[in-house]
Design a protein around this ligand. Structure first.
Ligand code: NDP
Length: 250
């Protein structure tokens, strides 16, 4: 009889890549997945910051993670192909992909929005997740039931003044996720879903709302239930959904 998964081994023998694993929500997700038995590939632009997450995971008794230092604002399709090749050699398959890295850009009216910042935000928040998912799709196909999670925002569903490229990029994310979900439905075991974390106590939130008391928002650790649910086999039938992490309960 197969052993029942317990609360601390939901992701045993899984290899999961987390982008933006160096800080905020991505850092919490990487630690959460490692605590559930996964081997986590920590991707971010600062090797030094990733090394501190690596150390925390090891100190907590997690499987040895991998570190990938890659700046998503300049990464090319060739960089993503090289990443896929490395991961194939190292792990053979990919069970999970959390596309979490993001930048805020400017909080300004569109009429004053910088063209350069617009392109940077689109590159990191929209183009990079697309190129990475495309390059890693063959590795995700190798897994029995891979889970891909995109990261949106409340302003990815309803446009709001002064959210500029960030809002537009998150609308794009909702769209890309729907397209992948539709294309993969019935022809693949890969499931694709979107998380809107909701207001969460991170550096990005503090930059967006400098006057706000950060204590009124949950910590990244406190919004992990949905991140874990969508990555684990508990969500095998969930596909093409856009869900909110705040107040998520199974
Ligand atoms: P943080 O700013 O705390 O963390 C962002 C992460 O993305 C960091 O690890 C950062 O790396 C990484 N990153 C940024 N730019 C690049 C780049 N060019 N290349 C590689 N990695 C990069 O943000 P949050 O944790 O708050 O946000 C995580 C996700 O959740 C984002 O997609 C955000 O849009 C979304 N979100 C967050 C909300 C919130 O209230 N916090 C609400 C709604 C959505 P580094 O450490 O080097 O800066």
């Amino acid at each position: 009889m197969p052993s029942k998964k317990t609360a601390s081994n939901l992701l045993e023998n899984r290899t999961i890549l987390v982008t933006g694993a160096s800080d905020g929500i991505g850092r919490a997700a990487a630690k959460c997945y490692a605590a559930q038995g996964a081997t986590v590939i920590l991707l971010g632009r600062s090797a030094e910051k990733l090394e501190s997450v690596y150390d925390e995971i090891i100190n907590n008794g997690g499987a040895t993670p991998a570190i990938v230092a890659l700046d998503l604002s300049t990464a090319t399709p060739e960089d993503y192909s090289a990443l896929a090749e490395t991961l194939e050699g190292e792990f053979g398959q990919l069970d999970g992909l959390l596309l979490n890295a993001g930048i805020l850009g400017e909080r300004k009216p569109l009429a004053q929005y910088s063209a350069t910042v617009w392109q940077q935000v689109m590159q990191v928040n929209l183009t990079a997740p697309f190129l990475m998912t495309k390059a890693l799709m063959p590795l995700l196909e190798q897994a029995a039931n891979a889970s891909v999670i995109f990261t949106s925002s409340g302003v990815g569903r309803k446009g709001k003044a002064y959210w500029g490229a960030y809002s537009a990029s998150k609308f794009g994310i909702e769209g890309i996720a729907q397209i992948w979900a539709d294309e993969l439905a019935n022809v693949s075991n890969i499931r694709v879903n979107v998380i809107n974390p909701g207001a969460t106590r991170t550096n990005m939130r503090a930059s967006a709302y400098p006057a706000e008391n950060p204590d009124q928002n949950p910590t990244p650790e406190e919004v992990m239930a949905l991140y874990l649910y969508l990555m684990s086999d508990e969500s095998l039938s969930v596909h093409g959904q856009s869900m909110d992490a705040n107040h998520f309960e199974r």
